[in-house]
Structures are given as C-alpha cells and as structure tokens.
Ligand binder design. Structure first.
Ligand code: UD1
Length: 415
C-alpha cells in the first residue's frame, strides 16, 4: 500500500493550479442520467471518486468517455440498480437515486451505511422524494423506490441543511410534473454549479445561491457542455499549506468568494491574502495567532476545512477552539496530530488546541480524506520525516497532491 513521506520545514513558494471541484463533479456526473443526449463536463479532476462515479454510471448503461479533463456521458439507462459493491466505496453514489427515479420511474440503490465520520443517514433524501410521490421501502440493505404515477412537484422544507439531499431533489424536481419548492436548501457553491448545469440542459430553476429553490419541471432535458467550478476545499487546503510553512503561494483559478469564512479566519490568524484577477496569493511572513472556528453550512466555515485549519492552529501562538457542528466523530485527525507533538484536547464537539512552537515528524495514519490532508499539512511544517500511510483516502479528493506541493519546494514523495 502506498504511503507519503514528507521531510518538513521548507517554506513553500510558487504557484498551484486549482483543479475542478470533486463535490461539484459528482452530482454533475449524475445529471448524465437525466438525458439521452450527450452531457460534457470540462475541468474534471483525475480523482478516484470520479472514477467510482463513472463506474457506477457505466453499469446503469451510460457510455462514459473520459478524455483529458473532459468527461462525456451519454446513452440510455439500462439498469436501475446501484449495487452495494460500488455504493460502499463512495457515499455520494446516493446521488443517482433522484435522477434514476425521475427518468426511469424506479431505482434500487444500496444504503450507504455508516462511514468513518459518523452515521450519515439518508432520511432527508428519501423524505423529499416521498413528498414528490415516490413510494420507498427498505429491503435487504437496499432502497427500493418507485414513482408509480411519475414524480410531481411538491414543497419540501429541509429540517436542517443537507448538501446531498438538496442535490438529489433538485435533479429529480427538474423532470417532475409541476412546481417544486425546496426551502432551507443548501447554498453551497456546488449546488449553484449543479443548478447552472441543469439550466443549460433545459431546466427551469430560480433562487440560485439562496435557501429557497423553485423548480418548474420540464418533460425532458437535453445535452449540454458545462465547466466544473474550481475546488474551494483544495484551494483552502493549499492556502493552509502556505500559511503553515510560512510561505507564499499563488492559487490559480481559485475563487475567494467561495471561501469567505476560511479566508476571514486565515486573515484573523495573521495570514495575508491578496486577490488578483486569476486567483489569489497566500503569504505568511510573521507569526500565527490562535483563532476559533465553528463549522456551519455555507456560507459558514466548511466542515471539509476543519481538519486542515486545526493542523494550522496546532502551531499558532496561543489557544484556539474548533467546534464541529455538521458531523459527529470528525476529530480522527486529533490523536495523529498529537503524535506529532500537537496539544489538542477534544471535549464533545469542540477541540481545544494549545499552539506549540513546532511539530515533529512521525509515522501517522490517514483515516478519511480531509483528516489525511491535515496530516500532510502538519508534515510540511514538522521537523524531520513524517510518513503517512493509507493514502488512498487522499487520492479520492486531491489531484496530484505530491506534484503540486513538490513544485512549490516541498520535500514530498510517494513510497
Ligand atoms: C457533502 C459533501 C461533504 C461535506 C458535506 C457537508 C459531497 C459529495 N460531499 O456531503 O464533503 O462534508 O456535504 O458540507 O458533496 N444528514 C441526515 N440525513 C440525510 C442527509 C444528511 O441526517 O438524509 C446529516 C448528515 O449526517 C450530516 C448533515 O446532515 O450530519 C449534513 O450532511 P450533508 O450536507 O447531507 O452531507 P453530504 O451531502 O453527505
């Protein structure tokens, strides 16, 4: 199994090109099920999770053609079952449920089950589809859904914000009969990107970027070409890499507007962010101060940046508190960071971080995607060698991570 070895202590200088967003690409790929015509997505990153989605769509009958940075999807749905073997690898597989139901009137999708960062149920996806007329039962670990009279528009109020459920319902509503109103919908930039693609395919959606999405269903959607937005979490991660090493990195294609809360916290901690036309520069010449952060749905501080920010706070002056409100059990990076000399205590949903002068390299283990990259960041700042095992987590969501960091001077290699 691959591991990554980092010899820390080098301030990073250079440019990093930000790839297309993983979390936008996955629902956008599922849109391929909504039309027989060709859907082409450009700016697709080479990531394991996208390959998993391609595999899933191919077994539903779509022809998936991946050339360079473009993914083309087309063809008819020939199979409406999403099997356990693929769904267990990637929870976002649940995103085929709404499109399959809307297009084929039926779907059988394996329940994703628990995962490392909490129980993560899918009840909101199911309740929303039921409100649109779907009949759902659970059998043998599978969601069996049918829409005997077709899906019809409905008003659905999310009791709390869910990114995936908003995406599933938005896709289904685009082909439902009549009007759907989604209230307390997620406002993440990836939702707006999905809505833009659906509109390019012929959907009627209003309220983009707000918590109320109004969808007037159409009979059919057509093909389109859509460019996937840049990955805000990859952006924020490399911003932390510049900050933790006291370096200076220009992030190409990065969109500051998608990362408001993170950039505000970085600035408060003493990091300098300068926006330019094609991206922004992240520099740290002076010390870092401890800053508190609490994860929230967009536009709040993203849970997917929590682990990386904690690694940064581990070497800041003073104490800080990081509170996780989206997922339970998302502090698995804490014991690993502590093995590298960090002083972090977890109390319920909050972690108290007492900054230390320096971290020291150690063998550590990756547990999930964002936890693994927080260990990479810690390794870049640490004295000595850090060896991170189980790096397949990283390959799910970070394209060419070693190459991008090495180009800025990092001593990093895959072994
Ligand atoms: C998406 C992102 C993930 C990110 C998360 C929160 C993708 C592929 N993944 O995940 O990287 O960390 O948003 O920003 O885009 N919940 C329920 N019932 C449901 C659905 C969700 O209780 O039916 C709970 C979850 O357990 C969690 C919270 O709601 O506690 C938010 O989850 P959600 O926004 O749905 O996350 P995902 O779409 O799975």
């Amino acid at each position: 199994m691959d591991s990554i070895r980092i010899t820390g202590g080098v301030p990073l200088h250079g440019r990093i090109a930000i790839s297309g967003a993983k979390n936008a690409a996955l629902p956008l790929m599922a849109c391929g099920l909504l039309t027989d015509e060709r859907l082409t997505l450009t700016n697709a990153a080479r990531l394991a999770d996208l390959a998993t989605m391609a595999e899933l769509l191919a077994q539903h009958g779509l022809a998936v053609d991946w050339q360079g940075r473009a993914i083309s999807l087309g063809g008819q749905i020939t199979n409406t079952e999403a099997p356990y073997d693929i769904v267990r690898k990637m929870r976002a597989s649940i995103l085929v449920l709404g499109p399959l139901l809307a297009r084929a009137g039926q779907a059988r999708v394996s329940l994703p089950g628990g995962c490392a960062i909490g129980t993560r149920p899918v009840d909101l996806h199911l309740k929303g589809l039921e409100a649109m007329g779907a009949v759902i039962r659970l059998d043998g670990g599978y969601i069996e859904a049918t829409a005997p009279h077709g899906l019809r528009g409905a008003t659905f109020v999310f009791p709390f914000v869910s990114v995936g459920a908003t995406e599933n319902l938005l896709m289904a509503a685009s082909l439902a009969e009549g009007q759907t109103i989604l209230k307390n919908a997620a406002r993440e930039p990836e939702i707006t990107d999905l809505a833009c693609c659906l509109i390019a395919m012929g959907a009627n959606i209003e309220g983009l970027g707000t918590d109320t999405l109004v969808v007037d269903g159409v009979k059919r959607l057509h093909g389109a070409t859509h460019a996937i937005l840049p990955d805000r979490i990859e952006t924020g991660t490399y911003a932390c890499a510049a900050a933790i090493t006291g370096g200076d990195i220009f992030l190409e294609n990065a969109r500051a507007a998608d990362l408001g809360a993170v950039l505000a916290s970085l600035r408060e901690a003493g990091v300098v962010i300068s926006e330019e036309e094609t991206g922004f520069r992240v520099t740290r010449a002076n010390g870092l101060h401890g800053v508190d952060a609490m994860t929230e749905p967009f536009p709040g501080f993203p849970t997917d940046m929590q682990a990386q920010f904690m690694a940064l706070m581990a070497v800041a002056d003073g104490a800080s508190m990081v509170t996780e409100t989206i997922f339970e059990n998302r502090f698995m990076h804490v014991p690993e960071l502590n093995r590298m000399g960090a002083r972090i205590n977890v109390h319920g949903a909050s972690a108290i971080i007492r900054g230390v002068k320096s971290l020291s390299g150690a063998p550590v283990m990756a547990t999930d995607l964002r936890a693994s990259v927080s260990l990479v960041l810690a390794g870049l700042a640490a004295k000595g060698d850090t060896v991170i095992s189980r790096v397949y987590h990283l390959d799910r969501g970070y394209e060419a991570v070693e190459q991008k960091l090495a180009a800025c001077g990092a001593r990093i290699e895959r072994v």
